[in-house]
Design a protein around this ligand. Structure first.
Ligand code: ASC
Length: 150
């Protein structure tokens, strides 16, 4: 099955994945920090490639955008398992742990937004891609404003 097909995640799938994410175990906080930062790095790389297309800095290639959106959607499910108790550090604000419900809500909003972006990207409609990209980017920024150290 193609990656894009696997990742055409419905809202329910995203929430199921994120709800069942307690599979990773980390020996040290350092390992959790490295894991979540790595997932965000890969996500940001693909998001940045879509950003260039949306801004008109790169030509629109349907397959490439679809592939990058699928990567973003998949990666978006991964970092959260690495924010467990005792993993404070890196660029993470302490509010992640002291106000975890708000953090979780923001993370779910982002996952839904990038699932929508992925749907638009698979459809190949550039106008919907641009719209969904804007919503997704805002959901990244929203969470960073509250929970990421500058
Ligand atoms: C990116 C990236 C982010 C988001 C954010 C959107 O490409 O690395 O963190 O977009 O800047 O506002």
């Amino acid at each position: 099955m193609k990656l894009q097909k696997i990742l055409l995640a419905s809202t329910a799938t995203v929430l199921t994945i994120s709800a069942g994410f307690a599979f990773a175990q980390f020996q040290k906080a350092e390992d959790a920090i490295k894991y979540r930062q790595s997932a965000f790095t890969v996500m940001a790389n693909s998001f940045g490639k879509i950003s260039a297309v949306v801004k008109g800095e790169a030509p629109y290639n349907k397959d490439e955008v679809a592939r990058n959106a699928a990567i973003v959607a998949m990666m978006s499910t991964l970092p959260w398992q690495a924010f467990g108790p005792g993993t404070e550090g890196g660029k993470a604000e302490s509010d992640i742990w002291s106000n975890n419900a708000k953090f979780k809500a923001a993370s779910e909003k982002m996952q839904l937004a990038v699932a929508d972006l992925n749907k638009a990207a698979q459809s190949g409609d550039l106008d919907s891609i641009k719209k969904a990209f804007g919503v997704a980017g805002a959901s990244c920024k929203n969470c960073h404003d509250d929970f990421k150290k500058k």
